[in-house]
Design a protein around this ligand. Structure first.
Ligand code: ZN
Length: 463
């Protein structure tokens, strides 16, 4: 049984002492509430955890709350439902649309990868199977339930919550919870204070317990204008007749990248005639989404339309081949962002070996991903069973990340009218969390604990 006698307990089922697989289970006498349900990505030992049975029975979880639509927060939902979860899954209106797009894409990639592995016989499993199918993803959508931001909802007599915008991606939110008279906040991923696309993370008044992400807990994004860094990288590659490959998911940061590139073109900082491709089957749906949710971002209707004017969207798989074969310099944005799968790998096979090309990393690269290998200067990556030489230039512009850096997270913490009494760090690699814990404890004098990977923490007793 997941319900407790009188204890309020949080158990990590993922994203404790690591960045992906976010799943936090709040156990109370009334309800078992799951916050996020993400896939593990990156290192093989992490990815294998997606195949392992959850340490709790999904059928015993009563309700699920989703902070945002990134795969490492929502990617496990189809399996949760397949394995017996029957409750509602609350999410904001944009997350409702995005999560459907993202999970269908994830299922499709997994089906395609399994099929490719079976054809090429490079999987150790016979036959290779997808983690979940498109049909199973669609089935899980029946549990999706929309709740707007700033609308408190009672889940049970003593548990209520509301979503509050946190500036990370379209639709992303904090979870601000009342639980038996005390307050608990789950931060989700915390966004930026410098975005032209999204409003900054909302400052909160108070909480007693805070479960906080710490992806960039040990570093700053730097003071250089990321748009100029992007312009330099694009111009430098163009002058060598090379291609710029930007691994990024088509939803989220890709919109900001497209906006910056389109502004740079207008300012003549990158060549006006340089083609920019968004190679993604869901590119078009995202434009519609921006226009459907004008209150959830800072772009005007004209700006939404403008960013797509300069971008050629490719949806079909055959199109990828002709873009790759095209000899002219170009910029290609393609998923996935950490090069863990998807079409970006097809580009990698052709672009990585050539020195005049550039691979531009714009997001967090998890431990064990091909993206992290590139970031660390590895000269070879394995793709679909073969080694691919990396002679292209690799540039990392962390200022374009959707995660706040240490300074931004401290700024957000400083915004509390009444300081949290206890912080639990989640969603970060060990080194980063240790640095961040020291920083919070020395600057803000708030007791801070790194959430244990396997264990549980008891927050309080109800009587
Ligand atoms: Zn995220």
């Amino acid at each position: 049984m997941l319900k407790t006698n009188n204890e309020i307990i949080v158990q990590s089922l993922g994203a404790a002492e690591t960045v992906t697989g976010s799943k936090h289970l709040l156990k109370t006498p009334e309800l078992a509430v799951l916050v996020d349900c993400g896939l593990f990505q990156g290192l093989k030992e992490l990815r294998l955890r997606n195949w392992a049975k959850l340490p709790v029975d999904p059928a015993e979880i009563d309700v699920m709350l989703l902070t945002h639509a990134h795969l490492d927060h929502c990617g496990y939902i189809p399996l949760l439902v397949k394995n017996g979860y029957k409750g509602k899954i609350y999410m904001s209106p944009p997350t409702f649309e995005l999560a459907k797009i993202i999970l269908l894409d994830s299922a499709k990639i997994q089906e395609e990868d399994a099929e490719k592995a079976n054809r090429g016989k490079y999987s150790k499993h016979e036959p290779a199977l997808p983690l979940y199918t498109v049909e199973e993803a669609e089935k899980s959508f029946e549990n999706f339930t929309v709740l707007d931001h700033n609308v408190p909802l009672n889940l049970s007599p003593n548990i209520a919550f509301q979503f509050i915008k946190n500036g990370h991606i379209l639709g992303s939110c904090f979870i601000d919870m009342h639980c038996f008279g005390r307050k608990i906040v789950f931060s989700g991923d915390i966004g930026r204070f410098t975005s032209d696309y999204l409003a900054p993370p909302t400052f909160l008044k108070e909480t007693e317990f805070l479960f906080m992400e710490s992806t960039y807990g040990d570093r700053l994004h730097g003071t250089k204008d990321p748009a100029l860094e992007l312009a330099e990288a694009v111009f430098g590659t163009y002058s060598q007749h090379g291609n710029v490959l930007i691994p990024a998911f088509a939803v989220g940061r890709a919109q900001e990248l497209m906006k910056i590139l389109s502004d740079l073109k207008r300012e003549n900082k990158v060549p006006y005639n340089l083609p920019v491709y968004l190679d993604s089957p869901m590119g078009a749906s995202v434009t519609d989404l921006l226009q459907k949710f004008p209150d959830w971002h800072k772009l005007t209707t004209t700006e939404c339309q403008d960013i797509y004017k300069d971008v050629i969207i490719n949806r079909e798989y055959e199109g990828t081949e002709s873009i790759i074969k095209d000899k002219h310099p170009k910029v290609v944005i393609s998923a996935s962002g950490m090069l863990t799968g998807g079409r970006v790998l097809e580009y990698m096979k052709f672009y990585a070996p050539q020195k005049n090309n550039t691979i531009l990393l714009v997001g967090y690269q998890g431990d064990g991903t091909r993206g992290r290998d590139l970031e660390e200067g590895k000269k070879e990556v394995k793709i679909h069973g073969n080694y691919v030489q990396v002679n292209a230039k690799v540039i990392n512009i962390s200022g374009l990340s959707a995660h706040g850096d240490q300074g931004e997270m401290m700024k957000w913490l400083n915004g509390f009218e009444k300081k949290p009494q206890k912080i639990f760090l989640i969603h970060g690699e060990m080194g980063s969390m240790k640095v961040f814990k020291d920083k919070i404890e020395s600057d803000l004098k708030i007791e801070t604990e790194i959430m244990p990977k396997t264990g549980e923490v008891e927050l309080f007793k109800t009587s």
